[in-house]
Design a binder for this molecule. Structure first.
Ligand code: ADP
Ligand code: MG
Length: 713
């Protein structure tokens, strides 16, 4: 497929209607239902629902169908895709060929190859779980997330979403704990539902719809910015006269070049069955957002990885580069990923839908209270799920949710819950009237239960919660895993009480009252970006962990380890290994950034600035020779010389602390050294370089500046 015919300008939805195109490259349940014998399809569905394990016999049949389907669509290779703890997607490709001994091949793909892959895993982080001599790691087919075809302009590969485990069965990826957390949450939620009298729900799913923000920059500028290429963000750069203060980009008309890119992005996503729905300009110049319609959370996690990859691939086809970093540019909005999350039963009920009758009201209030308690008790854990060096530039900074985890409910709901907590008229509120449920009563919920709040890190938005601290470049697996785990724990405690209750309705009310009273301190409906809130949160005793290194330490706490062990999500060893991997990743990231900073300062900025300064000095003396005014040139040359001297010194300081940090052995101490010493030293270099950029002519500056990167497309 060449993109000039089939996509880009060539996409013609009158020729290929979207509804016909949608999902053509996805081995979805609809496709399986069509291609598999009835009994095999049924079996797969029971495996997807976690009721049965996959057998090799069934896998053989599915593999054959998958192979024929993929080959008929031009595939030559297959790959198990997985998410090692680098946060990226990993894949190893194998072709379907099997030699027949007579110089020819046939195309083969067995059940075993479908359900189990064996990539050489020695180079992936294991945090000490796996010594290199036992390098074997296995990828196992994740039946809950559909296989799909990855297409590039010249070929097609069958991609099979998998989980990645070590030889001894330990989780080496983001997927295994996610799947386990979904099981755990389902188990506890079903217990609660049973106690509430629901006899039909057998499983509860989590649904996730991530809103993905990103920047686009022209490739010709990008290619001349080694910092963007190597670190994903600019380590130098100053805003031009026009920044984002005009607020004219948000929801503005989409430029044609970007619209063409977005059309092709949708086209690629729709083909693999990713329901791309919303797209718009974001707050910062050249910043955009794409949001698909929500899906079950494993598919949503895999889809989001593919969305990020596709943004970058499609951008390149259009002479642009997609930036997924949380803070590519200083001084303008960073990029996040709003993780919309809800729980739904297999009998079709969204548990965060307030509903219209007394039973659904009670259920809603109970589950919503469980989330309040989970967010309060596990605030540090949720904070740690978004703790990366890149996200440190966002959290706590101006335009992003603060590093304090709080929950927004909006006025009406908060009033109802407050009333219940205070035992006022069983929660009757100005927002609604009382409604009888058995002998006790809970309030009727108002129609539109929540207003809007853009500053809350965890907001209830009508029938779902939106976790907004998530960084744009990170996998959404861990945030969802931790959230599921936290809510599972609270629900298990509720279930204990409900199962023993002689009067369920009374117990529901008692649980809500007790739990909400104790945890309502985490509810905050005001403006989360203000200093007053920071002080108020401190008064309430809510943690405010402003850096990733400290945020990660929650993974070493006994209550965290117990949470994951109780719900069989991660063993103690696995949790500890993750802690080390995340710390190492943090250190490595800053190490690269610091390296790029010194390199650019020494080898590009310093020489360029010296030449420019010498040129000014020559101009000044030439002007002086004819008795013309030479003071401006002289003054500027002096200022530049002074700043370049300071740049030189600051770079030396950075090199010294960098060498020191590199020498630290222990992972936490090392990450701390990078955070406390190396980052400030980088800022020191940057401030000098940025001051110089403002004084040096545009032609003399060694790489394109923010004006080119942010305003030209
Ligand atoms: P908002 O305007 O509150 O951001 P949208 O309707 O635009 O809400 O949805 C934002 C994202 O939330 C979309 O990806 C959407 O599919 C997702 N979403 C909606 N309902 C749910 C749900 N029940 N569970 C998970 N995600 C959901
Ligand atoms: Mg948004």
């Amino acid at each position: 497929m060449s993109c000039s015919e089939d996509c880009c300008g060539g996409i013609d939805f009158t020729q290929t209607p979207v509804a016909d195109l949608y999902g053509t490259n996805c081995f979805s349940n609809a496709v399986m239902r069509q291609l598999l014998p009835k009994n095999i399809y049924k079996e797969i569905v029971t495996v997807q629902n976690g009721e049965k394990e996959l057998t090799l016999e069934v896998a053989e049949v599915v593999a054959a169908a998958m192979r024929d389907w993929a080959i008929s669509k031009g595939a030559s290779h297959y790959t198990h895709i997985f998410q090692p703890l680098t946060g990226l997607t990993a894949e190893k490709h194998d072709s379907f060929i099997a030699p027949t001994g007579d110089g020819k091949v046939i195309m083969e793909f067995s059940g075993k190859e479908l359900i189990k892959g064996e990539p050489d895993a020695s180079s992936f982080p294991s945090g000490g779980l796996r010594a290199t001599f036992e390098a074997r790691g296995y990828t196992a087919w994740d039946v809950t997330s559909p296989a799909f075809l990855k297409q590039d302009p010249t070929g097609t590969t069958l991609a099979i979403p998998t989980a990645f485990i070590s030889y001894y069965g330990q989780a080496l990826d983001e997927k295994v704990p996610l799947l386990k957390s979904i099981d755990a949450l389902s188990k506890q939620a079903v217990r609660v539902l049973k106690a509430l009298g629901n006899t039909t729900a057998t499983r509860v799913f989590t649904t996730v719809g991530p809103e993905q923000e990103y920047f686009l920059v022209d490739k010709s500028f990008y290619d001349r910015r080694p910092d963007l290429i190597l670190t994903g963000r600019t380590v130098f750069g100053v805003l031009p006269a026009k920044g984002q203060e005009m607020e004219d980009h948000y929801f503005g008309a989409i430029k044609e070049r970007v619209a063409v890119f977005m059309r092709e992005l949708n086209y690629e996503l729709w083909k693999v069955g990713i329901p791309a729905k919303t797209q718009h300009n974001e707050v910062a110049p050249n910043q955009f957002e794409i949001a698909p319609i929500y899906a079950n959370s494993t598919a949503a996690v895999d889809n989001n990885q593919f969305v990020m990859e596709t943004i970058r691939n499609v951008a390149r086809r259009h002479g642009m580069e997609g930036l997924l970093h949380e803070k590519p540019f200083a001084g303008v909005n960073g990029s996040g990923k709003h993780n919309n999350w809800s729980m739904a039963t297999d009998d079709g009920v969204n548990l965060f839908d307030p509903g219209e009758n007394p039973e659904s009201n009670a259920r809603f209030l109970l589950f919503a209270t469980a989330v309040v308690e989970a967010v309060d008790r596990y605030a540090l854990l949720l904070r740690s799920s978004v703790a990366t060096s890149a996200n440190d530039h966002r959290l706590g900074a101006n335009e992003a949710p603060p590093a304090i985890v709080s929950i927004f409910f909006g006025g009406p709901l908060t009033e109802i819950l407050d009333n219940i907590a205070e035992g006022k008229a069983s929660g009757a509120s100005t927002a609604g009237q009382k409604i009888k449920i058995g002998v006790t009563s809970l309030p009727q919920l108002p129609k539109d239960v929540s207003d809007r709040n853009r500053t809350s890190p965890f907001a209830f938005t009508g029938n779902k919660f939106e976790f907004r601290m998530v960084g744009s470049s990170q996998s959404i697996a861990a945030p969802n895993t931790y959230l599921n785990a936290a809510v599972a724990q609270i629900l298990s405690e509720y279930a204990e009480k409900l199962e023993k209750a002689s009067d369920v309705n009374q117990t529901i009310q008692a649980i809500i009252k007790e739990s909400y009273s104790k945890h309502r301190k985490v509810v905050f409906n005001g403006n989360g970006y203000t200093d007053e809130w920071v002080r108020e949160a401190e008064r309430r005793g809510l943690p405010n962990v402003k850096n990733a290194v400290d945020a990660l330490t929650v993974l070493t706490r006994s209550e965290t380890i117990a949470l994951f062990e109780t719900h069989k999500i991660l063993t103690k060893e696995e949790t500890e290994s993750r802690y080390h991997i995340y710390l190492e990743k943090y250190s490595k990231q800053i190490n690269i950034e610091a390296g790029v900073t010194t390199d650019l300062a020494r080898r590009e900025i310093f020489p360029a600035v010296s030449s420019y300064c010498a040129e000014l000095a020559r101009d000044a003396s030439a002007l002086a020779a004819i008795h013309a005014v030479s003071a401006p040139q002289e003054k500027r040359a002096k200022k530049i010389a002074e700043l370049s001297n300071e740049l030189y010194e600051e770079t030396g300081k950075l090199e010294a602390v960098l060498a020191e940090a590199q020498g630290v052995e222990e992972a936490f101490a090392q990450a701390k050294a990078y955070f406390e010493k190396v980052r400030p030293a980088m800022d020191g270099v940057r401030s000098k370089a940025d001051a110089l950029e403002k004084l040096v002519s545009k032609e003399a500056w060694p790489f394109p500046g923010y004006e080119d990167l942010l305003f030209k497309l």
